[in-house]
Design a protein around this ligand. Structure first.
Ligand SMILES: Cc1cc2nc3c(=O)[nH]c(=O)nc-3n(C[C@H](O)[C@H](O)[C@H](O)COP(=O)(O)O)c2cc1C
Length: 304
């Protein structure tokens, strides 16, 4: 997730849930093609701590897909995922992300380009369709023919953006029609949701449910492995969460430096305190922190 799944977040997730597959933020194939410094930095990962690691790419130029895919493979990623689901106006207006659902030929060409360039698996993340879920099966069959190794489907159309409830029924139907792994996505907030929604699919993908609650990944992985949906997190008092929150800050500082690391931690810190007593006042202070010591000073008082 853009602005969220940086290396610190991925490492934290893997510490809590070693079985999880982690993805990079979505990265522009144009930027990778031209070797843009910021994007190359966002691709950096720790192979000891972040495997399996999938780099998600977006774009529309097949040649840039070819060269970007090569770069991703050379830097050691375990897979490439192509974003055909982002509904943001700045993305779709340049025919990137979910706009590719309106251009199936180009979408397939992009898959073919990436596949031609690398040996690692190439998957696609997309939505139910642009206007309607009737588009899902024909669109995805084309991607499979073009060589896609797996599909992850967010159960909303482009037009729905993030409104309403994700509809997983069309995803189950898709799974019956294709022979590659299909992962479902949308509105999984806890282990019970993951078990209830898995159906005939090969996995579930979690986004917003982890905001301020990375522990949920541990619950979900345990549930998918053993069927045990008992949550250890729901009962965890906030003060027991503080060491991990501080560890998240430590990772952010280590990987991005204190200034940028703490700036980027602000949104996570605001999510961590959501729902606890005094959250409003705490959030107001946490979104202004500049140093790791600022965070420690605020949170350590809550531990007593
Ligand atoms: C802040 C934010 C950033 C996101 N960035 C990405 C992204 O880079 N790539 C992607 O495939 N989906 C991205 N998504 C979409 C999520 O991966 C996911 O498909 C969507 O939120 C629905 O799943 P959820 O209900 O588990 O969050 C993003 C969502 C949010 C809220």
């Amino acid at each position: 997730m853009a602005g969220v799944t940086d290396a610190a977040y991925r490492q934290l997730t893997k510490e809590l849930a070693p079985d999880a597959v982690v993805y990079s933020e979505f990265l522009s194939t144009d930027a990778i093609h031209y070797g843009a410094k910021k994007t190359m930095g966002m691709m950096h990962f720790d192979p000891e701590k972040e495997r399996p690691f999938i780099v998600q790419i977006f774009g529309k130029d097949p040649e840039h897909f070819l060269s970007a895919a090569k770069v991703v493979e050379e830097m050691g990623a375990d897979g490439i995922d192509i974003n055909m689901g982002c509904p943001a106006a700045r993305v779709t207006s340049s025919c990137h992300g979910s706009a590719l659902m309106k251009n199936p030929e180009l979408a397939c060409e992009l898959v073919r380009s990436a596949k031609e360039a690398v040996k690692i698996p190439v998957s696609v993340k997309t939505r139910l369709g642009w206007d309607s879920s009737d588009e899902l099966i024909p669109f995805c069959k084309g991607l499979v023919e073009a060589g896609a190794d797996a599909l992850a489907i967010h159960g909303r159309t482009y037009h729905q953006k993030y409104s309403g409830q994700a509809d997983w029924e069309p995803i189950y139907k898709l799974k019956e029609e294709v022979s590659i792994p299909v992962i479902g996505n949308g509105d999984v907030k806890n282990a019970q949701d993951a078990i209830d929604k898995l159906g005939n699919l090969d996995g579930v993908m979690i986004g917003r449910g982890t905001f301020g609650n990375p522990w949920v990944m541990k619950d979900i992985c345990k549930a998918l492995k053993s069927g045990d949906t008992h949550s250890t997190i729901d009962e965890m008092p906030f003060k027991e969460k503080i060491p991990l929150i501080l560890h998240h800050c430590e990772l952010a500082v280590e990987l991005k430096g204190e200034k940028r690391g703490m700036l980027e931690m602000r949104k996570h810190l605001a999510s961590y305190v959501k729902g606890i007593d005094g959250a409003k006042e705490l959030r107001a202070r946490l979104v202004r922190v500049e140093t790791f010591d600022d965070v420690k000073e605020i949170l350590i008082k809550l531990q007593s």
